[in-house]
Design a protein around this ligand. Structure first.
Ligand SMILES: N[C@@H](CCC(=O)N[C@@H](CS)C(=O)NCC(=O)O)C(=O)O
Length: 207
């Protein structure tokens, strides 16, 4: 059985939990990360020298980086619906996954740390306003894509891109801040809410 190391409150761990439920894949889950077992423990650093969750262990295969883990598990289970085999379809999914992990995530970090985590190190109002603005601009890009596709991030079907972006949308809706009305993102959030695994691991009351 696959072992997943990482606390269930982490957005990156929740990607793996949501995907495992979609895949019907049993997982032995251990809570690691701040508030739980320390990722600075030597036995954790031996698995991931970055000291970050999630990490999975699949037999002798140890893997970190949440989006890579998602791609690995979908491929392992032969789920071409979630991660297409053809280069064009696959690149559409990967484009949105990489955008989530880089540009989108970079935009919200300061605002989230200030407004949700209430971190004293993120108390500069101008930096919060900049981050909120950048976050809303990135979500408007997603809104444009969803308006075009009419359904999901990479096209008409649910894919891995929607697992990572669905969690991002949940965080955007759950953070107490001014948000523009983005009709396609709102409809997407409701569409994803038809999936029990999203309700368990995404829209479950946690930002
Ligand atoms: N790029 C990494 C980022 C992982 C990451 O930032 N994890 C955070 C939780 S969301 C973490 O481990 N923080 C340290 C801790 O909780 O102890 C991924 O996507 O897996």
């Amino acid at each position: 059985m696959i072992t997943l190391l990482g606390k269930a409150s982490s957005i990156n761990v929740r990607k793996v939990l949501w995907l495992c439920e979609e895949l019907d894949l049993p997982v032995a889950h251990e809570a690691w990360g701040s508030g739980f077992r320390s990722t600075q423990a030597p036995e954790f650093l031996a698995l991931n020298p970055n000291g970050l969750v999630p990490v999975i262990r699949d037999g002798a295969h140890v893997l970190w980086e949440s989006n890579t883990i998602c791609r690995y598990l979908a491929a392992r289970e032969g789920r071409a619906d979630l991660l297409p085999a053809d280069p064009v379809g696959r690149s559409r999914v990967e484009q949105w996954m990489d955008w989530q992990a880089t540009d989108l995530n970079a935009s919200w970090r300061y605002a989230f740390m200030a407004l949700v985590r209430q971190s004293p190190a993120h108390a500069d109002p101008a930096a919060v306003a900049d981050s909120v603005g950048a976050w809303n601009r990135h979500m408007a890009i997603l809104d444009g894509q969803l308006a075009k596709s009419g359904a999901y991030a990479a096209g008409p079907h649910f894919t891995l891109a929607d697992i990572v972006l669905g969690l991002s949308a949940n965080r955007w809706f759950m953070t107490p801040m001014a948000r523009p009305h983005l009709a396609a993102v709102e409809a997407y959030y409701e569409r994803l809410s038809g999936r029990p695994a999203f309700l368990h691991h995404g829209r479950n009351g946690l930002p």
